[in-house]
Design a protein around this ligand. Structure first.
Ligand SMILES: Nc1ncnc2c1ncn2[C@@H]1O[C@H](COP(=O)(O)OP(=O)(O)O)[C@@H](O)[C@H]1O
Ligand SMILES: [Mg+2]
Length: 272
């Protein structure tokens, strides 16, 4: 199906212009709740766009497979090392233009979504040709899905280098600590291109583990971010994480999943 036909077909089916938002990335300081947010977003997106959702774990800590309850095999980094070690493998990819197929082999199947794990970040040294090849493969793969959700590293510049050149919606997660809010402000500057980062269409702050202490409007103005949503402290999330239980098993009416649904309603109002 050509792209135009596919778009109108999907528009008819889902009632919204899929061309608008095709990628959402979650960034923010470590430990602020990126993976929790990413997991619950993937669950809701997978319900809505069944089997047309690509989840990318771009954090080297690789906790997304656990919270999603999905086993991963080989990572993109591992494949990259194989390519670097073997000219034959590289030539085969270059010749056949089958980087996308090679990427497909790395996918793990979840309930309504596929998962790609980036693995460890790069070793020192430049393997630019291989990097370009892999990013080309990821780009081609993303085209096959309606929406891609990336659980990212601390900033969009890493995402730019390793995963995507542009991101439609960047969610910057912060808890209520001054440091995580400062990190969020820094990420926002990069996203706005101050340091030549990845192209971002829309960015907003998600405040996590909020109790009764929302930051003042003055503080938020200083950070320069729109607030896309608040997520309350949810003791079940902690409990599930400690027990190594997938967060997909959380009751849908518990505070965290409900707050994440509201965030999706904010960024994809026609769909949720
Ligand atoms: N809203 C929340 N309520 C309770 N615990 C949370 C909440 N958000 C995150 N956590 C806990 O905080 C820890 C860090 O969250 P995680 O999503 O792994 O952060 P990150 O991916 O940013 O490093 C986890 O143990 C998680 O269970
Ligand atoms: Mg994480």
């Amino acid at each position: 199906m050509d792209n135009g036909k596919r778009t109108s077909f999907l528009k008819e089916r889902s009632g919204f212009e899929v061309d608008k938002i095709k990628s959402i990335a979650v960034t923010g300081k470590g430990g602020t709740g990126k993976t929790v947010l990413a997991t619950l977003l993937i669950q809701l997106l997978a319900e809505r766009f069944k089997d047309r959702v690509l989840a990318i774990d771009a954090d080297s800590a690789m906790s997304l497979p656990y919270t999603l309850g999905v086993k991963v095999g080989k990572t993109v980094s591992e494949m990259k090392n194989e390519l670097i070690g073997s000219n034959q493998a590289k030539q085969r990819l270059n010749a056949g233009g089958s980087t996308k197929n090679a990427m497909r082999e790395l996918l793990s199947k979840g309930n309504g979504f596929d998962l790609l794990a980036m693995g460890r970040p790069e070793e020192p040294g430049c393997f630019c040709a291989v990097n370009d090849l892999l990013r080309f493969g990821i780009d081609a793969l993303i085209d096959e899905y309606d929406i891609t959700l990336i659980d990212g590293e601390a900033g969009p510049e890493q995402l730019n280098r390793r995963v995507l050149k542009s991101i439609d919606v960047l969610l910057v997660v912060a808890d209520m600590s001054a440091r995580s809010l400062e990190t969020a402000a820094g990420i926002m500057k990069v996203a706005q291109g101050v340091n030549g980062g990845v192209k971002v269409k829309k960015a907003g702050l998600v405040l996590n583990r909020v109790r009764d202490d929302k930051p003042s409007d003055e503080m938020l103005k200083k950070i320069g971010l729109d607030v896309f949503g608040y997520i309350p402290e949810d003791s079940l999330v902690n409990e599930y994480d400690r027990a190594g239980k997938s967060l997909l098993e959380l009751p849908s009416d518990s505070p965290c999943p409900m707050a994440v649904r509201r965030i999706l309603q904010h960024i994809l109002p026609e769909t949720f």
